[in-house]
Design a protein. Structure first.
Ligand code: PHE
Ligand code: ZN
Length: 880
C-alpha cells in the first residue's frame, strides 16, 4: 500500500505557466462504490506533446494504489514512483494506455473534497467535489484545467443502498449485476477538464421536466434531493428553466446534453458547483418554500441556479487555461447572473444589492493584507482564491467592458469568444481580444485592471463659470499601495454622468462641440483629466458614476444640499440610493462631537419627504431608509472602534426614526401589515422589506410597542420573511418576548437544518459584549457541529464576520475564542477554516487595544505547527 501526501506547497506563479507535457485524450473510469471503501479503476489514453520530453507525472493525493499497468503490462516497482502527491511513470509512449486501480475512504473524508459521504452512514449518499484540485483525490490524473478529455464513467454499487447512480454526461446503459448489485454508464461527448467531473450515488428522490431547447434539442431536467425535501425543489426547477430560456435569448447559447441533473446536499463547502451535466448544490441554494425561506433566499436560489447553469458555456465549454484565469469563468458568470437577475426582478434593486455586497466584502479585502489582483500573479493554495475580488470585482470588470461595447457590441464579442474558444482552455487575454476584435476596439488597456490590486479612488471636482456658461469637471485617480505592489498605474475608468440643475432637472450635455443628450460616459485614463461642458445655463449638480460604472471609491465634496437634491430627483435608481448613502455618511460625521448635525438634518428631511412620496417603490424606500453598514463606516476610518461605530450608527438611525415619528411609523407598519401574505410577487416582497425596515426603526424609538408588534408578527407570520424579521428584532433587542419566540422557532424547525441555521445565525448577530457568551452556549446545543459547513458558518461565521461589535470585544476574548475554533475546524475541514479566518482581515486598523489583542490571538494561531496549508496561508497573509 502506498499513501502519499504533498509537501507544504511553495508559491505557484502565473509567469511559470508551461503547456502540459502530457494530455489525456479520453478516460474510462470504473467506480465500485462503498461508504467505507470505494475502488476506482481508470484507463487514461495519453498523448505526449512532441515538443517536450518530460516523464509522465500525474497528481494523486491520499490514494491507496492497488495496481498499475501500462499498455496491458503490470509495472514493476522500478517503473514508477508515487511520492509527495505525484505518480511518476517511466517509459510511457505517445498513445499509451495507463491503467490504475486505487482505493479511497469516503466516510473518513471530512474535508468534503474528492469523494465523500453526505449525511449519515445509514441514510446518507456519496458524492464528489473536484474544483479546484479534488480530482486528484479520486484518481491519478494531470489535475489542471488545460487538460481536456472525453469521459466514460461506469458506476457499480449495491442496489438497495445506492438505488440512484449518477455521473455527468449522457446515460449509456445500465443493468443488474450478481449479488444485488447494479451498474450505470455515462458518456460525455464534450471534452472537459477534470475539475468538472462528478458522481452521486444513494437514495434520492427526483422531480423532472422536459425542456425543448431553442435549437430543437430535447433535454430532461432533473432535480434530486433526499426524500423529505423533494417538494422544496420546484422553485429551483422553474428557475433553471428561466435561466435556460434567458441564455438562449440573450446570448444564443443552448444546452448541449440530453439530461441535466441537479443534486442538493447539506454538506458542501461552497454555494454550488457547475459539474458538467450534474450540478451539485449546497441545499441552501436549491431548496425553497415559503415556510422556511425568506424572500432574499428565494432570490439567491434563482441567482445560484442561473449562475451554475450559465457556467455551461462560460466555464465548461470554454474553460480556463490555469487557475490564475479563474475570473475568466467566475467574473463573467457572475456578470451574466447579475444581468439575468436584473431582468427577472428589479434592475436598480439588484444593482444596489450587488454594489453593497462589493463594498462589504471586496473593498475591505482590497484594502488590507489579503489584497490581490483579479488575476493573481501567484498563490500557494488555490482554494483560498475563490474570493470576492475574483468573483465580484471580476464581474465589475466585465460590466465595464460590456458598457464600453454597448449591448450589441458585447454580444458580438461574446459570439466571437465562443466561436474561437469552444472546447478549449482560454485566458483573460483571449477574452479581451475576442471582445475587442469583434468591435475593432483595442481593449488591452483594461488588462491593467486584472493585474492591479486595490480600489482606485476617483476624485471629482467641478467648477462653474457663469460668464462663459461652462462647467469644468476635473477627475483624478489614485490607488493606494497594496502588498507587493508599491507602484500603481492609472486605469481606464468609465465615468457615466449626468448634470442636474438646482431644481432637479436634467441638463443637456455639450462637450467638445458635440451634443450628447442628458447622459454620457467619460473615460478617465490618466492620473488627472479635465472635461469642460459648454452651454450650461446654471451651476449644475453632477450625478457621477451612474449605475456604479466602475468599481472605485468616489470622492467628491458634495454639500448635503446637493446630495439631498440627487436623492430627491435622480432618475437613475442606483444613483438616487447612492446619493442617500453618501448623505448618510455626512450625517454620521455631523453627529460627531465636532459636527453641527446639519447633514443629519438634511438626510432625515430628505428621507421624510420620500417616506410620504407614493411614487417610490416600497423596496427602494426600504433601502433608502437604510444607512451604510458598520463595515462600510469602518472602511473610512483609520482607527476603528467597532463598538463605537455600532453605537453611532444606531444613534444616526434613531435620529431618522425620530424625524419620521412614532405615529407615522406605526401607521405605515399597519398599512403594510394589512397586505400580509406569502406571495412572492415583487409588490408583496417589497412590502415585507419595507415593513421590516419600519419595524427596525420603530424599535429604536419605542421598543415596547415595536416588541409587541414583532411578537404578534412572529405568531401570525405567513412565511419565513416575516417570521425571521420579527424574531430578529426581538433577539437583537433582547426583548422579553425573545425567549418564547426562540423556543418556538427551535421546535418548529427541529427537522429543518437550513431553518435551524438561521436560528443560530440570528442569535450570533446580537450586538456587543454579550454575544460571545451566547455563542459559547449555542455551541453546546446538540444540533451544533463543526463538521457541517453551513452550521459552522451560521454560528461562527456570522459571529466573526457579520457582527463587528460582538466579535471585536475590547478584552480580546472574541479573538481568542475564534482562533481556538479555527484550529479545531482546520483539523476537520481546512477550506472552511481558511475562509472563516478571513474575518481577522482589517485587524491592523483597529484601535490600539483591540489591535494588540487581535494580533496576539493571530500570532498564537500562526505559531501552531499543525495547521493546514489553507489556514496557514490565510493566517500568515493576514498577519503581515
Ligand atoms: N465554481 C463554483 C461556482 O462559482 C464554486 C466552487 C468552487 C464550488 C470550488 C466548489 C469548489 O459556481
Ligand atoms: Zn461560478
Amino acid at each position: 500500500m502506498t499513501l502519499a501526501n504533498p509537501p507544504a506547497a511553495s508559491a505557484i506563479r502565473l509567469d511559470d505557466y508551461r503547456r502540459p507535457a502530457w494530455t489525456v485524450a479520453s478516460i474510462e473510469l470504473d467506480v465500485d462504490l462503498g461508504i467505507d471503501r470505494t475502488e476506482i479503476t481508470s484507463r487514461l489514453h495519453l498523448r505526449r506533446d512532441p515538443a517536450q520530453s518530460l516523464p509522465l507525472r500525474l497528481d494523486g493525493e491520499n490514494l491507496e494504489l492497488l495496481s498499475i499497468t501500462l499498455d496491458g503490462r503490470a509495472l514493476a516497482d522500478a517503473d514508477y514512483r508515487y511520492a509527495d502527491g505525484v505518480l511518476e511513470v517511466a517509459a510511457v509512449q505517445d498513445n499509451s494506455t495507463l491503467e490504475t486501480r486505487v482505493r479511497v475512504r469516503p466516510a473518513e473524508n471530512t474535508a468534503l473534497e474528492g469523494l465523500y459521504l453526505s449525511g449519515s452512514r445509514e441514510t446518507g449518499f456519496l458524492l464528489t467535489q473536484c474544483e479546484a484540485e479534488g480530482f486528484r483525490h479520486i484518481t491519478f490524473f494531470p489535475d489542471r484545467p488545460d487538460v481536456l478529455s472525453r469521459y466514460t464513467v461506469t458506476l457499480r454499487a449495491e442496489r438497495a443502498r445506492f438505488p440512484v447512480l449518477l455521473a455527468g454526461g449522457n446515460p449509456d446503459g445500465a443493468g443488474e449485476l450478481p449479488d444485488g448489485r447494479h451498474w450505470a454508464r455515462f458518456v460525455d461527448p464534450h471534452p472537459r477538464p477534470c475539475y468538472l467531473f462528478a458522481l452521486v450515488a444513494g437514495r434520492l428522490e427526483s422531480i423532472r421536466r422536459d425542456y425543448l431547447t431553442a435549437d430543437g434539442h430535447n433535454v430532461l431536467l432533473v432535480m434530486w434531493s433526499e426524500a423529505n425535501v423533494i417538494d422544496r425543489c420546484h422553485y429551483a426547477l422553474d428557475a433553471l428553466e428561466r435561466s435556460m430560456r434567458w441564455d438562449e435569448r440573450s446570448y444564443g447559447r443552448n444546452y448541449d446534453l440530453d439530461v441535466f441533473h441537479v443534486v442538493a446536499t447539506h454538506d458542501f463547502n461552497m454555494g454550488a458547483m457547475e459539474n458538467k451535466g450534474l450540478n451539485i448544490f449546497n441545499a441552501k441554494y436549491l431548496l425553497a418554500d415559503p415556510d422556511s425561506s425568506t424572500d432574499e433566499e428565494y432570490r439567491a436560489v434563482e441567482a445560484v441556479v442561473a449562475h451554475e447553469y450559465f457556467h455551461n458555456w462560460t466555464g465548461n465549454r470554454v474553460t480556463c487555461r490555469d487557475w490564475f484565469q479563474l475570473s475568466l469563468k467566475e467574473g463573467l458568470t457572475v456578470f451574466r447572473e447579475q444581468q439575468f437577475s436584473a431582468d427577472m426582478n428589479s434592475a436598480p434593486l439588484k444593482r444596489i444589492e450587488d454594489v453593497s455586497l462589493l463594498r462589504r466584502t471586496q473593498f475591505p479585502e482590497d484594502a488590507g493584507p489579503l489584497a490581490h489582483p483579479v488575476r493573481p500573479a501567484e498563490y500557494r493554495e488555490i482554494n483560498n482564491f475563490y474570493t470576492a475580488t475574483v468573483y465580484e470585482k471580476g464581474s465589475e470588470l466585465v460590466r465595464m467592458l460590456a458598457g464600453r461595447l454597448g449591448q450589441d457590441g458585447f454580444r458580438r464579442g461574446m459570439d466571437l469568444y465562443f466561436e474561437r474558444h469552444d472546447g478549449h482552455a482560454a485566458t483573460l487575454e483571449d477574452f479581451l481580444s475576442a471582445l475587442g476584435d469583434a468591435n475593432q476596439i483595442d481593449l488591452k488597456p483594461y488588462l491593467a485592471w486584472y493585474a492591479q490590486s486595490g480600489t482606485p479612488r476617483l476624485h471629482a471636482k467641478g467648477s462653474y463659470n457663469a460668464e462663459r456658461r461652462e462647467y469644468s469637471l476635473t477627475l483624478a485617480q489614485l490607488t493606494r499601495t497594496t502588498p507587493g505592489q508599491p507602484e500603481k498605474l492609472p486605469l481606464p475608468i468609465p465615468v457615466k454622468l449626468a448634470l442636474f440643475d438646482r431644481h432637479g432637472h436634467l441638463l443637456p450635455l455639450h462637450l467638445d462641440g458635440q451634443a450628447l443628450g442628458s447622459e454620457t460616459v467619460l473615460v478617465l485614463d490618466k492620473a488627472e483629466q479635465r472635461f469642460v461642458f459648454h452651454n450650461v445655463p446654471s451651476s449644475p449638480v453632477p450625478s457621477l458614476l451612474r449605475g456604479f460604472s466602475a468599481p472605485v471609491v468616489l470622492e467628491c465634496d458634495y454639500t448635503p444640499a446637493e446630495l439631498a437634491l440627487l436623492l430627491a430627483h435622480d432618475v437613475d435608481g442606483f444613483n438616487r440610493w447612492e446619493a442617500g448613502q453618501q448623505l448618510a455618511m455626512l450625517a454620521f460625521d455631523s453627529l460627531q462631537p465636532t459636527g453641527d448635525g446639519s447633514a443629519c438634518k438634511a438626510w432625515c428631511d430628505a428621507l421624510a419627504a420620500l417616506f410620504d412620496n407614493p411614487s417610490i417603490d416600497d423596496a427602494l424606500l426600504a433601502d433608502l431608509l437604510t444607512p451604510p453598514g458598520e463595515i462600510e463606516f469602518a472602511d473610512r476610518q483609520s482607527e476603528v472602534d467597532p463598538a463605537q461605530i455600532h453605537a453611532q450608527r444606531q444613534h444616526l438611525q434613531q435620529q431618522l426614526a425620530q424625524r419620521l415619528g412614532v405615529t407615522a411609523l406605526i401607521a405605515r407598519y399597519h398599512t403594510l401589515a394589512a397586505h400580509a401574505g406569502q406571495q412572492l410577487d415583487a409588490v408583496s416582497q417589497a412590502q415585507r422589506r419595507l415593513k421590516r425596515r419600519v419595524l427596525d426603526l420603530l424599535a429604536l424609538l419605542d421598543a415596547h410597542q415595536a416588541h409587541a408588534l414583532a411578537a404578534r408578527q412572529y405568531a401570525s407570520a405567513h412565511g419565513m420573511t416575516d417570521r425571521l424579521a420579527a424574531l430578529g428584532v426581538l433577539v437583537r433587542d433582547q426583548a422579553a418576548q425573545a425567549t418564547a419566540a426562540l423556543a418556538d422557532f427551535r421546535q418548529r424547525y427541529a427537522d429543518n437544518p437550513l431553518a435551524l441555521d438561521k436560528w443560530f445565525g440570528e442569535q450570533a448577530k446580537l450586538p456587543g459584549e454579550p454575544t460571545l457568551a451566547v455563542v459559547m452556549r449555542l455551541e453546546n446545543e446538540p444540533a451544533f457541529t463543526l463538521k457541517n459547513p453551513n452550521r459552522a458558518r451560521a454560528l461562527l461565521g456570522t459571529f466573526a464576520s457579520a457582527n463587528p461589535s460582538g466579535f471585536h470585544r475590547a478584552d480580546g476574548a472574541g479573538y481568542r475564542f475564534f482562533a481556538e475554533r479555527l484550529a479545531q475546524l482546520d483539523a476537520i475541514n481546512p477550506q472552511i477554516a481558511a475562509r472563516l479566518a478571513t474575518a481577522f482581515n482589517g485587524w491592523q486598523r483597529l484601535e490600539p487595544v483591540r489591535r494588540e489583542a487581535a494580533h496576539a490571538a493571530l500570532a498564537a494561531l500562526a505559531a501552531r505547527e499543525d495547521l493546514s496549508r489553507n489556514l496557514n496561508e490565510i493566517v500568515a497573509n493576514v498577519l503581515q
